[in-house]
Design a protein around this ligand. Sequence first.
Ligand code: ZN
Length: 308
Amino acid sequence: MDILFLEPVFKERIWGGQKLNKVFGYQLPYEKTGECWAISGHVNGSSIIKNGRFKGRTLRDLYEKDRELFNHLPSPSFPLLTKILDANDDLSVQVHPSDDYALLHERDLGKTECWIILEAKAGAKIIYGHHAKTKEELKTMIDEGKWSDLLIEKEVNKGDFIYVPSGTIHAIGEGIMILETQQSSDTTYRVYDYDRKDDQGKTRELHLRQVVDVTTIPHHDQTPKQKTMIYKDSTITRYVSNEFFTVERWQVNGELTLKSNHFKLISVIDGKGTLNDEPLTKGDHLITTGEVYDLELKGTLDLVVSWI
Ligand code: ZN
């Protein structure tokens, strides 16, 4: 087994800030850094491997040429993307298409995503779903700008898990930091941007026709039921496991050894410890490759782990 530590890619966003430095100690290239693409094989920004025999290669290239490391997955490009987002301001209200729609119209994957709330100021809110009963009603409410009647707000707290299947209208509100696991896609349809203007006085493009096409109507919460497994002083919480991804949280206290036969994406969201004697610290992102092996974790570690 190889343990591939990854160099993240940062993205400038009008809603970003400096909190990724404060919380994780990352050196940020932009004043308004909004996104850390922590584990990415996407064409718009691939992680680079920092250690070992593959040092210097992009995850994108490694996945394409050395597929045996990834259980010979059939997907032509690396299928998952782990990001950390710092919403220093409200993000635009958006929705993502399903695979079928995205492949037909965008030549991209669709996007089902899920979030673990890493930080949230008191009273922080997200938008999650809508009140329209029919396509016509959705269209009319958008046309008439009846945003407060249309959009459903939800208060969130640190540690919450939010499942956002494709077709769900959503937005992250100001004062929230999330770790997001998603299908590796960059297709977003913007519903509403609070009529904000940029430095040149321009508003950002909206995609209302696509929004009406892809939004699930009526909205219903599809969040799976969480399962928790306890191993001595450590806990594994399974948030979701479906055709798009499995996402778990591993809270290690002391020692935890797990058998694995599949590659895994691992993000250290808190704590310190080791994985098979390799040191792990808060802010590290890594992939363990896909042979049969024991994962020996030691220390006090809070990990988000995903695979497909
Ligand atoms: Zn999204």
